[in-house]
Design a binder for this molecule. Structure first.
Ligand code: OGA
Ligand code: MN
Length: 279
């Protein structure tokens, strides 16, 4: 099958059909998908129908796959599972279950693993079961945000370091870590401005885990972070409606993403995520 590619409507992102990502990629396909990722920040692959083994193999094209931490049901493996399905029983998880409360954090704009000492290059999410309505994943571009800033703003932001902390962000949704889970986390300082090594384009590492600007007072720090998050969203949103077989790769240095609601009592949703560490 021939490979086709078309840009997505929000000024970033590209959709590719016909790439057999379940096989070892040829050198040409590997270069094509890596270039698409670096240039477009979000890559939607259609009709892949990936399983866990091929997802790990495909993820390694991008780098080293992280082991997940904390309260996700897949914690301690190479996967984070976003789902209302109880894997042991195959039935639905009730809405008041802690596992569902944890996933509410995904409704807020974020970058995966920005709260780790080593932040993430990208995530890969593959659809295993998709609801017929709802449950879109939305994206916006902090590269487009950076490129829209004035020179004065760029040089101010260039000097800043932001401390990310998932204990802060999960607290916002009312989720409480156990003491044991909380031991996995500490504050992670990262330079705000990021540069893509393949094309030199800059972006901002922000999102809900961004807790405070190193060395700043709380109030101006909160104001700046909130305003950058809002301005990123205002540059434009791509809302991905999942089809069976989809795989989406996103840049965790240059895009924010969030989950959207679906009827978790009526429909089944199972998504498997791998996350690749920044080299
Ligand atoms: C994730 C995530 C969004 C979704 O897996 O990192 O934020 O729509 N998922 O499930
Ligand atoms: Mn996420």
């Amino acid at each position: 099958m021939a490979i086709t590619a078309k840009p997505l409507p929000a000024g970033f992102g590209i959709e590719i059909d016909g790439l057999d990502a379940n096989r070892d990629l040829s050198d040409a396909d590997r270069t094509m998908v890596l270039n698409a990722f670096h240039d477009h920040s979000v890559v939607v692959l259609r009709n892949v129908f990936m399983d866990d083994d091929s997802q790990v193999r495909f993820s390694q094209v991008f780098g080293e796959v992280e082991v997940s931490l904390g309260a996700n049901p897949s914690s301690g493996t190479k996967f984070s599972r976003q789902s209302n399905i109880d894997i042991a029983s195959g039935g639905l998880i009730p809405p008041d279950d802690r596992r569902m409360a944890y996933q509410k954090g995904n409704y807020l704009w974020h970058m995966d693993s920005s709260f780790k000492q080593r932040s993430s290059l990208c995530s890969i999410l593959s659809a295993r079961e998709v609801p017929p309505e709802g449950g879109n994943t939305e994206f916006c571009s902090t590269r487009l945000l950076y490129e829209s800033l004035s020179d004065a703003e760029k040089s101010k932001l260039d000097t800043l370091t932001i401390e990310h902390d998932i204990r802060y962000s999960r607290g916002l949704t009312g989720f409480k870590y156990t003491e044991q889970e909380a031991k996995n986390f500490q504050t992670a300082p990262h330079k705000l401005v990021r540069t893509n090594p393949h094309n030199g384009r800059k972006s901002l590492l922000i999102g809900i885990h961004a807790w405070r600007i190193a060395g700043w007072d709380d109030e101006p720090s909160r104001q700046l972070i909130d305003s950058l998050n809002a301005r990123a969203e205002a540059t434009g949103i791509y809302s991905h409606k999942w089809l069976p077989g989809d795989v989406v790769i996103w840049d965790n240095q240059a895009t924010l993403h969030r989950a959207t609601a679906y009827d978790t009592v009526k429909y089944r949703r199972l998504m498997q995520r791998t996350t690749i560490a920044l080299p």
